[in-house]
Design a protein around this ligand. Structure first.
Ligand code: ADP
Length: 773
């Protein structure tokens, strides 16, 4: 029999045929919110799924009636009883749904409903004991993994299906607890670790709702506290880690090889690690803190100066300085160690100094290495320098001044001092003061201290030595070699030969003295004839004014002779000075012609012989050749020979003989003038040809002189290409030899110009003018 749907029927009805929905009534559509098209044509299985009853029962499996929850299209649960009526023909079935009276949850759980709406905490209602999710706000759904965090995938489903790992989970256990005891379950920070998203924590209230003595619903209020728990756990872990780190750091700081010192703004040390205690404190101090600067050893800078309190590294930091690589020396009973200090001041957010950290490292070994290196390089350099230096150099140990090394030049110098050392090796280790007895140790030490303290200079002084029999003047310089820490390592002695300079200086002084003497001499030489001329003219005036000329004729004649004699002296002096200055300036010229030198010499001897005899002496001429023609300036040669004869006369005594010889030696011709006069001291012999030189005036002499004559003679001889020499014996006489080259010149013939006798006499008078009558 066909079952037809009646319009007036209030029942909810679905008809099916062969498990396919063929019809739904209007009431069913209104009740579920689905359209007819949604439903008609679907299989019963699909309808069971849509109405979300499949988790409880399949429509097809209902025999007669079945009570369960079904859900509207908008996921609202409705507690219904489903009646199944089947007709035998064509597999037709109809299902009638009847909503149970007063079964709507909204009405039952009014309070929960408010939380539900609020969506701040997760609210869910499910069935007990099946665990079918009836209602859940989004906050609750967020608790579930995808895709169950959406209503369409979770409402109407069992927990076992929508919560991963529900079985045996905390939630499962909580539900069992509720079922067993019928009590509310409360848990803070319930750990749930089956989510795909990992471990989560929840504060949960699970409240069972009893209907007719049976637990029928489970109301869940859950609140995720994962973030809170994790951050608390993180904080706990952090603080644990920090604690561990601090302990590690403490151990590292305590045991690190560098010394670490931390201090507060008042300059009190709050932390001294083991190395710091060892370096800066007495052995008895064991604590890691509670020290002040008074407890630490004395500190010195690298110049070995005590660091005053205000300049201690700690106070520098308090003043705001950063320290980097500052080197200091720490002196204790155990000795000195060198430390390199780095330091940083620490400030609070307002920029106030709160504490400072000093880290100091033992660099004693480094300094030794650097010093060694410096010494090695310095020494290497010094050694090379010293070995190659063309100066005597001696290296001395300090402060005992013993020879540690000496170069070849130095060795030669020491040997020259008549020291008996067979090798440089022999000299090493000797006391310097045994070698240089003039060594003024205290004075030199004072200079070295001056150099070390930057307020002195090297010591040097010149000393006269006799080196290998020769007089030498040596300047000795003492130069300290300063080490890295400003200490004197050794002293280098450099010896500089200043003999030439000193001799030149002495010579210059001597020349100056001679010039002064010459000027005094010259002015005397000039004044003497001038005085004579002046007083004679006064005498003549007196005779003239008193008509006494005739009466004094003899006297006047004598005085005229004296007048002439002094005019000659003036003439000689002036012409000698003029010639000398001509020679100096290169304007003195020779008038060369080929002359018979034998004749010239003999003529002069003849001319003066009478005069010489008048002095009680005798002059002899001799020659080994009759004629010797040489290129010469005859006037100048005459002057030379005359000068030598005049000197011989000047320095001979009455009765002495004078010999003038011409010796033809082939290439040269020698003219010698020999006397038996007072002679010349051998000490002066080397100097008589020098300008202005006169033998000591204390020797008695019968003449005046300017000291120019022999110098002029020498110059004229040398202009001829010849040489002059003198030999003499004091008290026995002197011999002057002129050696002239025997060459002739082509352009000149032998001069046949004979000098008028008068002019020769004049010349003799002039040359002999400084001999007293
Ligand atoms: P002066 O014009 O003073 O004679 P000289 O240059 O001619 O100058 O001589 C220099 C010095 O040499 C003389 O002052 C004298 O002391 C010494 N002298 C020169 N000739 C002789 C000599 N024949 N015998 C001794 N002393 C001489």
């Amino acid at each position: 029999m066909k079952y037809t749907l009646k319009k007036k029927n209030q029942e909810l009805l679905i008809s099916s045929s062969n498990s396919i929905v063929t019809e739904v009534n209007e009431e069913f559509i209104n009740f579920t919110g689905y359209s007819r098209d949604d439903l008609v044509g679907k299989s019963l299985k699909e309808i069971s799924y849509m109405l979300r009853i499949d988790a409880q029962m399949e429509l097809e499996k209902i025999q007669n009636e079945y009570s369960c929850f079904m859900f509207t299209k908008s996921f609202e649960p409705r507690e219904v009883t489903i009646f199944c009526k089947s007709s035998d023909c064509q597999g037709k079935k109809s299902y009638i749904f009847k909503e149970n009276p007063k079964s709507r949850l909204k009405d039952k759980f009014i309070v929960t409903e408010q939380f539900y709406e609020h969506n701040k905490i997760g609210v869910a209602i499910s069935t007990l004991p099946d665990g079918i999710l009836l209602r859940a706000n989004q906050k609750y759904l967020d608790f579930l993994d995808e895709p169950y965090n959406k209503k369409e995938n979770s409402i109407g489903r069992r927990y076992t299906d929508i919560i991963n790992g529900f079985k045996e989970s905390n939630l499962d256990k909580a539900v069992s607890y509720i079922m067993e005891r019928g009590e509310l379950f409360h848990a803070d920070e319930l750990k749930y670790d089956y989510f795909n998203r990992g471990v989560t924590y929840w504060d949960a209230f699970l409240v069972p709702i009893f209907i007719e003595g049976k637990a029928k619903y489970l109301v869940q209020n859950i609140f995720e506290v994962t973030e809170k728990v994790l951050s608390r756990k993180f904080a706990e872990e952090q603080s644990e880690a920090l604690k561990r780190q601090k302990e590690q750091l403490d151990a590292i700081i305590e045991n690190m090889s560098d010394a670490l010192l931390i201090f507060d703004k008042d300059g009190n040390y709050t932390r001294f690690n083991k190395a710091a205690r060892k370096t800066y404190l007495d052995k008895t101090n064991k604590m890691a803190s509670g020290y002040t600067t008074d407890d630490i050893h004395d500190l010195f800078d690298m110049d070995n100066k005590l660091i005053t309190k205000g300049n201690l590294p700690l106070y520098k930091l308090i003043k705001g300085e950063n320290l980097s690589g500052n080197r200091i020396a720490v002196k204790s009973h155990d000795g000195v160690v060198y430390h390199e200090i780095n330091g940083t001041p620490l400030y609070d957010s307002e920029g106030n100094f709160v504490s400072g950290i000093l880290c100091s490292r033992d660099v004693t070994e480094n300094i030794k290495y650097e010093a060694d290196l410096l010494e090695k390089t310095q020494y290497g350099f010094l050694n090379r320098l010293i070995d190659n230096l063309y100066l005597p150099v001696i290296r001395l140990s300090y402060p005992d001044f013993k020879i540690t090394d000496i170069n070849q030049k130095g060795y030669a110098f020491v040997k020259g001092l008549n020291m008996e050392f067979s090798s440089i090796q022999d000299l090493k280790g000797q006391k310097y003061s045994d070698i240089i007895i003039e060594f003024e140790k205290d004075k030199i030490l004072k200079h070295i201290h001056g150099i070390v303290n930057n307020n002195g200079n090297s010591y040097s002084k010149y000393i006269k030595f006799i080196v290998s029999g020769e007089e030498k003047f040596m300047k000795i310089l003492y130069q300290p070699v300063i080490g890295l820490n400003g200490e004197v390592i050794e002293v280098v002695v450099i010896i500089i030969d200043v003999t030439n300079e000193i001799k030149a200086k002495n010579h210059m002084e001597e020349n100056l003295r001679m010039q002064e003497e010459f000027l005094a001499n010259i002015s005397h030489e000039l004044k003497t004839p001038l005085n004579v001329i002046f007083s004679t003219s006064q005498l003549f005036e007196l005779y003239l004014n008193n008509d006494l000329l005739i009466d004094n004729k003899d006297k006047i004649n004598n005085n005229i002779h004296i007048l002439r004699q002094n005019c000659y002296r003036l003439t000689k002096l002036i012409s000698n000075i003029v010639d000398l200055s001509k020679i100096d300036s290169g304007f003195f010229e020779l008038n060369l012609s080929n002359e018979n030198i034998v004749n010239i010499t003999e003529d002069i001897v003849q001319s003066v012989s009478q005069y010489v005899q008048s002095k009680g002496m005798h002059i002899t001429f001799d020659t080994n050749v009759e004629e010797k023609i040489i290129a010469c300036d005859p006037d100048k040669l005459e002057r030379i020979i005359l000068n030598l004869i005049s000197n011989a006369v000047k320095f001979s005594r009455s009765g002495d003989e004078i010999f003038v010889l011409v010796d033809d030696k082939g290439d040269t011709v020698e003219i010698s003038v020999k006397d038996q006069g007072i002679g010349i001291d051998k000490n002066y012999l080397n100097y008589i040809f020098e300008r202005f030189k006169q033998v000591d005036k204390s020797f008695s002499r019968n003449a005046e002189g300017s000291g120019i004559g022999l110098c002029l003679v020498k110059s004229i001889v040398e202009l001829h290409g010849g040489k002059i020499s003198a030999t003499s014996k004091l008290g026995e006489g002197s011999e002057f030899k002129i050696e002239l080259p025997a060459g002739i010149i082509e352009s000149s013939k032998k001069s046949d110009k004979i000098k008028p006798r008068n002019s020769k006499i004049e010349m003799i008078n002039i040359e002999f003018s400084d001999i007293y009558s």
